[in-house]
Structure formats: C-alpha cells, structure tokens
Write a protein that binds this ligand. Structure first.
Ligand code: MRU
Length: 363
C-alpha cells in the first residue's frame, strides 16, 4: 500500500490499475482526496465491492473498469478446471460485484462483457479463458481512454475560446481512466489555449465537485471557480456560463439522463437562462433497454452522508428524517445534446441514440 502527501500531479496517477503479478486491483482512493493520494490494493471480492459502494472508486466509467479487473482477478482465483463449475462460480462473483451500486450501467455493462468472454470461449481451457478475461479487462480500460478523448473532441466543437462552462459532480479524469467525460472538452481546450472559465458545483452531499473536480482542474492549470450547489442560478443569471457539461450514469433510450443528484436542478436553471446543457456519455453509459428515466433505479444512500460526513460534528439534529438519493433524472427536453464518442445526439433522442449505435456497429 502506498500512502503519501500529494507530491506529483494528481493527473499523473492512474485511477484504476491492474497489478496482475500480485493478483490485485489498485485504485486511487477518492475518499481521501484532495488531502492525500493513497493507492489501495484490493484482492478480495468483498474489498472490491466495498470500494465501489463506498465511492473509493467512483464515476461510471471508472466503476466499469474496476469491475472488469475485479472479476478477472476473482475468476483467476477460481480453482475449478471444468467449464461448468468455473462458470457457476464466475456468475456468483459477477452478481456480487454487480450489486455494489445500481444506477451506473457501466458496472453491469463491463461485467456482462466479461461474462461473454467466458461463454464465447466455452470450448477452451480454463487457463486460456482466464488469459482472455485479462485481455478483455485491459481492452475495456484502453477503450475508456480513447472514448473519453473522442468525447472531448466532439464536445470541444460545441464551445469557443474564452467560454464559461459549468459542471456538476466529478465526471473528470478521476471518474475515468483519462480526460474524464464532461471535463474532456475542457482538458483538450486547455491544451489548445481556449482559456475556459470553469464553474464547479461543490455537489452535496459527497462533495465530488469540491474535492475532486475543483482539485483536478486546478492541478491542471484550468481557471476554475468553486461554487455551492445553490449558486448556479446566480452565475448563469450573471451571464458567466455559456454551456453546461455534465457526465451521466445511465442514459435511457428516450434521452432521459440519470446523473448525480442536483443535475436536474442545474438543467432547469440553465433552460431558464438559455444556456445549453450537454451530457457527455460514452456509449457504454447508454442503455437502450431502458425506455425512459422512470425505469432507472436510483440509488438511495445512508443518512449520515447528509447529516455528518465531511463535517467535524453533526450538522443536523439527531434522528431527523433524511432523503438521500445519489442521482436524479434530467428529462430529455432539458438537454441540448448528448455527446458520445460517435458524435452528438440531439432531439428526438429515440432516433438519434439508435443512430449512434448503428454507427458504432458499422465501425
Ligand atoms: O456517485 P458518483 O460519484 O459515482 O456519481 C458520479 C456521477 O454522477 C458522474 O457524473 C457520472 O458517473 C459520470 S463520470 C464520467
């Protein structure tokens, strides 16, 4: 385990990595940021499940990559040499990891992709299947980097140098393997001298915007201003925001989007002030099997995250009722575009998202 004050730039750390030699999943513990960069080493199903549930690794794409490496490592530890008992244990472990968080589709997407590797190679030896599982997990990680960069290029065409951009939660590099999704246009713009002015919502209750987004943008030299969640109306009314870029955890077939709690409020305010809202979504986050936001399961989280966590002492009366959904649904009519690695989908989303997938299949 490596625990240290942050000396190198946070952007030089890998969010998720495989240490195959030691049969371990390495993650940058995001609950310790911005104070400390601690790489933790996970080897058991329970440790991986807990790291996902406790948001030590978080953000839809990063969760997907962690789950892919995780299930590979768990599969590697299965002793069975015949396919049926191997597969039975694989599915048990897969379902356990999948139960860690319900909203981000990347978790089940990555695990299903890994399961397909088993099923498609049923005739091969178990050691060959294990090797193929490793290759698939590595491919999922490499794809994430390419996809985020492509989202960045597509998103950058929607804004111009000097623009003000508001973002909510952390859909940054820390939520992916590089670039982030909502931050990818910002990072590419930074490389090209766009001089964006970014407003980062702090994102109560878990403060992903303050602890992670503000931190990684500041470390990268981006002009970032941290605001409380209830300030987005003020900055938009002042005319300081030209576009909102957010990430997502699941996009339904009709374009409704599940993202961090508070996104729908930002989108409603943005509509009031004629600011376009762009949702940055790798196709791995688009779930055409879910017709609309009404069918998306919203994760409910413990009360102490609202009343106490991140405070030195409780900031609410003991026993108060708390409602703590981790995500909300932004209705598709509040969204100006869904930025994918294959281009930008616009209303009507049922058609444009299906078209994005046709494009993906052709390539
Ligand atoms: O609860 P979290 O921190 O995992 O929520 C993360 C978000 O809502 C992100 O915006 C989303 O996963 C996209 S990350 C590229």
């Amino acid at each position: 385990m490596e625990a240290q004050r942050i000396e190198k730039n946070i952007m030089d750390y890998e969010t998720v990595a495989l240490d195959d030699e030691n049969s371990a999943l390495l993650i940058l513990d995001q609950t310790k940021l911005p104070g400390k960069a601690e790489i933790i080493c996970l080897t058991t199903g329970q440790e991986i499940h807990e790291a996902i549930y406790l948001l030590k690794v978080r953000g839809a794409p990063a969760i997907g990559v962690a789950a892919a490496f995780g299930i590979y490592l768990l599969a590697k530890g299965i002793a069975a040499q015949d396919f049926d008992p191997f597969y039975e244990e694989f599915v048990r472990q897969k379902e356990y990891l999948n139960s860690a968080r319900p909203t981000a589709v990347n978790l089940s997407w990555a695990l299903n992709r890994m399961e397909q590797v088993c099923l498609q190679n049923k005739g091969k030896s178990i050691s060959e299947i294990k090797e193929l599982l490793k290759n698939e997990a590595v491919a999922i990680k490499e794809e994430d980097i390419r996809v985020c960069r492509a989202i960045g290029e597509n998103g950058l065409r929607l804004v111009k140098p000097g623009d003000g951009i508001l973002t909510h939660c952390n859909a940054g590099q820390l939520a992916t393997c590089k670039y982030g999704t909502a931050t990818a246009p910002i990072y590419l713009g930074q490389e090209r001298g766009y001089n964006f002015r970014v407003f980062a919502d702090e994102t109560r209750p878990l403060l992903q915007g303050a602890r992670l987004t503000a931190y990684e943008l500041l470390s990268s030299g981006v002009d970032v201003t941290l605001i409380c969640d209830n300030m987005s109306g003020a900055v938009m009314r002042n005319g300081w925001v030209n576009a909102v870029f957010v990430g997502c955890d699941r996009v339904a077939a009709n374009g409704d989007v599940a993202n961090k709690i508070g996104t729908s409020v930002v989108a409603a305010v943005a509509k009031r002030y004629h600011v376009p809202v762009y949702v940055c979504a790798p196709t791995s986050t688009i779930d055409l099997h879910t017709p609309s936001g009404a069918e998306i399961t919203i994760e409910q989280r413990p009360a102490h995250e609202v009343t106490q966590m991140w405070y030195q002492e409780p900031m609410a009366p003991e026993g108060v009722k708390v409602f703590n959904p981790a995500f909300d649904i932004t209705d598709h009519d509040l969204i100006a575009g869904i930025v994918t690695e294959y281009g930008v989908a616009r209303e009507p989303y049922t058609e444009s998202l299906a078209e994005i997938f046709r494009k993906k299949q052709k390539l």
